[in-house]
Design a protein around this ligand. Structure first.
Ligand code: ADP
Length: 157
């Protein structure tokens, strides 16, 4: 059984994330979305809200589960019985950032291989931080996030 972890902050989950999740779900027997509990950052949405939204958005996929983790990613991967870390590549800058991380994770755990999926071109400009910035200044973000995320963002105003 091939089990993969798709880790991230998902603050908030975007259409780009969802595209990667859907494609990943078709590649593995199980896909675990790992929502990072990052105590160093003040998030827009609480960890519970992020898990809630991701769970609602992936309800139709029985092979997907949403969990939180803190500490080392490779420890979470191992605890979940996974052997793959799934990450997305939007730009060459993503690659520069992701390659040493993937190599460090491999060094820490030889059973955790990172697999990159090239982002669909229509989503490659979307990032959670970009969405937050645009939203903060009143820009239109409707096409960048799923409907339920949009509604929750509006409620924050
Ligand atoms: P992190 O803080 O770990 O980068 P993110 O929530 O920003 O967490 O991203 C989680 C994963 O989703 C990363 O692999 C990232 O490359 C991928 N990702 C982010 N935005 C997009 C997008 N627009 N399209 C596809 N994948 C994306």
């Amino acid at each position: 059984m091939r089990v993969a972890v798709f880790p991230g902050s998902f603050d908030p989950v975007t259409n780009g994330h969802l595209d990667l999740i859907r494609r990943g779900a078709g590649m593995f027997d199980r896909l675990i979305i790992g929502v990072l509990v990052n105590i160093g950052k003040t998030p827009l949405f609480s960890i519970e809200e992020r898990v809630d939204m991701l769970s609602a958005l992936t309800r139709e996929f029985p092979q997907i589960s949403v969990k939180t983790f803190e500490g080392l990613l490779v420890d979470f991967v191992e605890a979940e019985g996974a052997t793959v870390v799934l990450r997305g590549l939007r730009t060459p800058q993503d690659f520069s950032y992701e390659l040493p991380l993937a190599q460090a994770n491999y060094k820490l755990n030889k059973h955790a291989d990172t697999i990159f999926l090239a982002t669909a071109p229509e989503y490659s400009y979307i990032s959670s931080s970009g969405v937050k910035e645009i939203f903060r200044f009143g820009g239109e973000i409707r096409e960048m996030v799923p409907g339920i995320v949009y509604e929750r963002l509006i409620r924050l105003k």
